[in-house]
Design a protein around this ligand. Structure first.
Ligand code: 4NP
Length: 159
């Protein structure tokens, strides 16, 4: 049985696609990419079908990550049954997810940065209306949490 992880932000064009490609790259490096399925989605509908934001793509490419093939989609109720983890980028995303989560769904819904080893980082700030440095900060935070998430899944699911 694969472990399934969904990353969620507002638009699904900046933070959650970044998380998806970074965690995928780390899983490949760890030889665990066949054991874990990843996806990303947004709580909002504005960018459905769009590729990731050009600034997010550029910032990612500087560190060797490619996300150009991803397309945005919106979170749907079935996601809470299909995924083992539904991981929000910030507190507002988490609040939205908790409102829409079906009562009997068993997904572990929480913030992605719960897996970041430094306790002061809790939210991945929305970079959409800011400058380039916001996108680099997203990459730093996501890289910081990626290995923590993988370590958690190794332990919890015996990967
Ligand atoms: P994301 O960034 O949630 O990290 O994908 C945003 C993308 C689009 C908007 C806001 C945040 N927007 O307002 O359109």
């Amino acid at each position: 049985m694969k472990v399934r992880v969904l990353f969620v932000c507002l638009g699904n064009i900046c933070r959650s696609p970044t998380a998806e490609v970074i965690v995928r790259e780390r899983l490949v490096r760890a030889g665990l990419d066949q054991a874990v399925e990843l996806d990303s989605a947004g709580t909002g509908s504005w960018h459905i079908g769009k590729a990731p934001d050009a600034r997010a793509q550029r910032a990612g490419a500087e560190r060797g990550y490619s996300m150009e093939e991803l397309r945005a989609r919106q979170v749907e109720p079935g996601d809470f049954y299909r995924f083992d983890y539904v991981l929000a980028m910030d507190e507002a995303n988490l609040a939205e997810l908790e409102m829409m989560r079906p009562e009997d769904a068993r997904a572990d819904v929480r913030r992605f940065l719960d897996f970041h080893p430094q306790a002061e980082a809790r939210d991945v700030p929305d970079p959409y209306y800011g400058g380039e440095q916001g996108f680099a900060h997203v990459l730093d935070l996501v890289e910081g949490a990626a290995d923590g998430l993988i370590a958690h899944m190794r332990e919890r699911h015996g990967l």
